[in-house]
Design a protein around this ligand. Sequence first.
Ligand code: KE4
Length: 432
Amino acid sequence: MKTIYSETLYERARELMPGGVNSPVRAFQSVGGIPRFIHRAKEQYLYDEDGNVYIDYIGSWGPMILGHNPDFVIKAVKEQLENGLSYGIATALEVEMAELITQMVPCVEMIRMVNSGTEAVMSAIRVARGFTGRDKIVKFEGCYHGHADAMLVKAGSGVMTAGIPDSSGVPKGCTADTLSAVYNDLDSVEALFSKFPNEIACVIVEPVAANMGVVVPQKGFLQGLRRICSQYHALLIFDEVITGFRLQADGAVGYFNVIPDLVTYGKIIGGGMPVGAYGGKKDIMQMVSPLGSVYQAGTLSGNPIAMCAGMHQLRYLKHHPEVYHHIGFLSHRLRSGLEEIIEHYHVPCTVNGIGSLTCLYFTKEHVTNYALAKSANTDLFRDYFHFMLDNGNYFGPSQFEAVFVSNAHTLREIDKTLSDADLYFASVFGKK
Ligand code: KE4
């Protein structure tokens, strides 16, 4: 595959940006090789600067649930552009967006728009601390909640990919109140509450842990977190930056039927534009400035172009539940096809997934938490990743990221990807 333009761009980029990228996972650090610089995207396909075409299994890490550039979203954004890019003043679009999200997820009674998932989580944590008057927070090893200081403790995603369980530059004081528990292990949560019964402001959890690959909550896990938080008067925060509006229209809240006190969003609600949000029970959200004493602000929060793109995508999801059937069906096909292949060639892999989120782990272990995810053979993953990339399948360049399927994908792409995977495993593990 020709990659000369990507190589040239990467050389220039590395002189100007740390690692040549604006977000670490894009740098191919754990898989090596040249990141393919994308020129454009449409529906389920990416087109790089060298003219290569790829099936997109990254989808901008979740936002592009309908595929790239749905015509109706682009049309609406083009029209909105004529009205201006940003005002820093209240708009009807923000009211309509707030009405839409609170209608789609009724436990979100009040919401605040921000500009990223990180900002949403950072703000929700501050609100939980302000509302409870407590300082400690509980997160789970391997879960990633953005790069706010307090969250960079045994985080997932790029932090896990880089193998740095914590980050330098984060003063001890910033993480002193961040307690880590083990995903799918309620005892590890109970132990923290027994030790600090009146000091924990909140438990924040990815309802599906999609930043250490894809780890699905075991039966009763989320319900258990709800029970423990209620028992100790701590808030339960669902970080739905990935699962929100992806598992189904009302996200993990509806899918698992567990009601958190606060929910954070990102990705899908921006339709590809920089958007995050946090919301929940009105009495909690009324803590937020200018109404309450918890300060939070943002120049471009509720930006009209971002609201327009996000709202049109959300409206489509609200009125077309068949999207979830389609992306779930294709993802199930991908997972069962991969399982058939790894079984046939006796490959040391397992497949996790739920809805349109999938992960092929290069370990025989059934991955239910961070320690098991870390047992994956990242060298094997690297070899598989490049074979698939060179054959036109653009997966996330890390064993610890999810595979995203969009409504634009069809059986044709899934079957092509499976046939490429079959070729790879046959070449490495022997003929069928
Ligand atoms: P952002 O600040 O990147 O918009 O959102 C942070 C965040 C918060 N919570 C969850 C559950 C998330 O998955 C994320 C960000 N996800 C990663 C993908 N694993 C973003 C990709 C990247 O860092 O480039």
